[in-house]
Design a protein around this ligand. Structure first.
Ligand SMILES: Nc1ncnc2c1ncn2[C@@H]1O[C@H](COP(=O)(O)OP(=O)(O)OP(=O)(O)O)[C@@H](O)[C@H]1O
Ligand SMILES: [Mg+2]
Length: 271
């Protein structure tokens, strides 16, 4: 008797690794990143830390092709999503932005649009058709994953702009999730929020990371330790382009930094 083994097809939303290789970036002729390489493992949180102006946001925007929105911007290097280059000429720019979502520092829901419509706003942009019941299910799923469902389930038709700052940020997370990204980039997502909202978002992230790879920029060292498994320390010293000084396991990096500059930074000596 022969036994044929059937391999399950990879799920469309299976966990994905993001690999940046030798990323350099410029604004005009000002070089702001120099050959930065970093692996952001699937299903884990990677935190990017470092002083202001060292290129963390620029690096993050390169990871989903938003850097090229700036007219003077240019870059070199490769970004691989599960081994496939997101900058490959045969891939559409919008594919990268759907697969790799972004949450910004300042919550930016569409203020006059209802909570419900905010969540599904991305479907129109991706050209995804969905029935009313499919949309209802998606809205509930994404608001639940975003940690907001219980607070808003009775006022889904109220405007997104009427929520508190922390709720608006969770609405933005839910909106990002609705197009089923494989990676979620978060640029200081809690810096405009109070400690309680920050905690709720951090708990949300720990749940989300089971489904989506997360990369977060944070200036809060405690936050990096609470939410991330991996950490990268960026530095641009004396007007030179940003580089990664040290990266690796978060607990190890905070407990025993290998580079004295990392030690000084994580202990609040500068930045
Ligand atoms: N749109 C832009 N045009 C020109 N220069 C820019 C632009 N955006 C960023 N820069 C420059 O690129 C460098 C890196 O900026 P970036 O915003 O990536 O730093 P950052 O590490 O995110 O800082 P912060 O912690 O303050 O957010 C800085 O020197 C900055 O002035
Ligand atoms: Mg920044």
């Amino acid at each position: 008797m022969t036994i044929t083994e059937e391999r399950p097809a990879p799920e469309a939303n299976a966990l994905a690794e993001l690999d940046a290789h030798n990323i350099s970036a410029w604004f005009g002729d000002h070089k702001v990143l120099d050959r930065v390489s970093l692996t952001m493992p699937a299903g884990e949180v990677t935190a990017l830390i470092g002083p202001s102006g060292c290129g963390k946001s620029t690096f993050l925007r390169i990871l989903n092709r938003m850097h090229e929105l700036v007219p003077t911007a240019s870059m070199a290097g490769e970004v691989l999503l599960d081994g496939a280059d997101i900058y490959d000429a045969s891939r559409r720019l919008t594919d990268a932005r759907h697969q790799i979502g972004m949450v910004f520092q300042k919550p930016n829901p569409f203020p006059a649009m209802s909570i419900y419509d905010n969540v599904i706003a991305g479907l129109k942009l991706t050209g995804t058709r969905a029935s009313r019941s499919e949309k209802d299910a998606l809205v509930e799923e994404c608001l639940t994953k975003g940690g907001l469902w219980k607070e808003v389930k009775d006022r889904l038709r109220a405007p997104g702009g009427g929520l508190s700052g922390g709720q608006q940020q969770r609405l933005c997370i839910a909106r990002s999730l609705a197009v089923r990204p494989r990676v979620l980039l978060m640029d200081e997502p809690c810096s405009a929020l109070d400690p309680t909202s920050t905690r709720v978002i951090e708990e949300t992230m720990l749940e989300l990371v089971k489904d989506v790879t997360i990369v977060i920029v944070t200036h809060n060292m405690q936050q990096a330790q609470r939410v991330s498994q991996n950490c990268a320390f960026f530095l641009a010293s004396h007007g030179t382009p940003g580089v990664i000084v040290e990266h690796g396991d978060t607990d190890a990096m905070f407990a025993e930094p290998q580079d004295p500059r990392t030690f000084d930074y994580v202990n609040g000596r500068f930045g």
